[in-house]
Design a protein around this ligand. Structure first.
Ligand SMILES: *[C@@H]1O[C@H](CO)[C@@H](O)[C@H](O)[C@H]1NC(C)=O
Length: 312
């Protein structure tokens, strides 16, 4: 019986980046820097929006919620990945792996729905400006956020339920730096095409469908802005272009990683870096450095602190 019961795989080996020691040290430094900068930037956005009454509007609250989720998105994978870069043996327990996949999909799914809510918010602001404050009242905002998190959790639970009891056949190497469904499924003993299909539908088609819907909505909003104003629309245009940039950055890698069933190409793991490190870092940069109100609010918030008078 020894060695026969292969389903007792309890550890998974993450192959990570198969590179030289020097390259790993460089990547360690670069990724750590982006990670810390992303966390600080997003934290700054949350603190500024919550503490500045000028920013107490649905748009900025949603922005702060996006920053809050971004901190989670990167913290679920990056610290482990970064510390693995310096280790010879990169392993994760089976439970750890499933937990990681669960939280990746909760935060990713929630962020996806939140981007839809943010587009809806801009749609109301641009196409029904007179009713904006009645439609996007605080109660509706909270309700939308509850729905957002519920969908994110359901999306993740459904997928994890399919893979939590898989049998493994001793093969336990994942060619990535964190656990995710497409590669995890490949470790199972059974024929996995149904599971592949489930992931493609649940993560791939949903990202693709959402992305197309969002792009069409933003195109309609841009047309509306162009038609209804001459010159005074630059603020709306800059907000919309910031939103569109974030949507493309977030959905691009997702669609690539999840939409091709049965196929996991090496480039996947580099694209994933985009979603867990680069996007969470860029979101606050895109929204704050291009947004006058946000910059002014940060100046106000931090000029109240005596030691930071010279920062801005
Ligand atoms: C998220 O949005 C809600 C309601 O719009 C707001 O009350 C809350 O402070 C926001 N959360 C964060 C972390 O910014």
């Amino acid at each position: 019986m020894w060695g026969e019961n292969h389903s007792l795989v309890s550890e998974i080996v993450l192959m990570g980046f198969a590179s030289s020691q020097e390259i790993c040290v460089v990547l360690f430094l670069v990724f750590s820097m982006f990670y810390v900068a992303g966390i600080l930037g997003n934290f700054l956005v949350v603190v500024t929006v919550i503490s500045d009454p000028h920013l107490h509007s649905p748009m900025y609250f949603l922005l702060a919620n996006l920053s809050f989720i971004d901190m989670w998105v990167s913290s679920i994978t990056v610290p482990k990945m970064v510390s693995d870069l310096l280790k010879e043996r990169k392993v994760i327990s089976l439970q750890g792996c499933i937990t990681q996949m669960f939280f990746i999909h909760v935060s990713g799914g929630t962020e996806m729905v939140l981007l839809i809510v943010m587009a809806y918010d801009r749609y109301i602001a641009i196409c029904k400006p007179l009713h904006y404050l009645t439609i996007m009242n605080p109660r509706t905002c909270i309700l939308l956020l509850v729905v957002t998190w519920t969908i994110g959790i359901m999306h993740s639970l459904i997928q994890i339920a399919f893979v939590a009891n898989l049998q493994f056949c001793g093969h336990r190497e994942v060619d990535s730096f964190y656990c995710d469904l497409p590669r995890f499924i490949k470790l199972a003993c059974t024929v996995t095409y149904k599971l592949d299909l489930m992931v493609t539908v649940n993560s791939g088609l949903i990202s693709l469908g959402t992305f197309i819907t969002l792009m069409i909505s933003y195109a309609l909003m841009l047309v509306t802005v162009w038609q209804h104003s001459s010159g005074g629309s630059s603020k709306a245009l800059s907000t919309l272009s910031a939103h569109i940039t974030v949507v493309v950055l977030f959905f691009g890698p997702c669609i690539f990683v999840y939409s091709w069933p049965f196929l996991t190409v090496p480039v996947d793991k580099f694209l994933a870096i985009f979603d867990v490190i680069i996007t969470p870092f860029l979101n606050p940069v895109i929204y704050t450095f291009r947004n006058k109100e946000m910059k002014a609010a940060m100046r106000r918030t931090f000029s109240q602190m005596p030691s930071s008078q010279n920062l801005f």
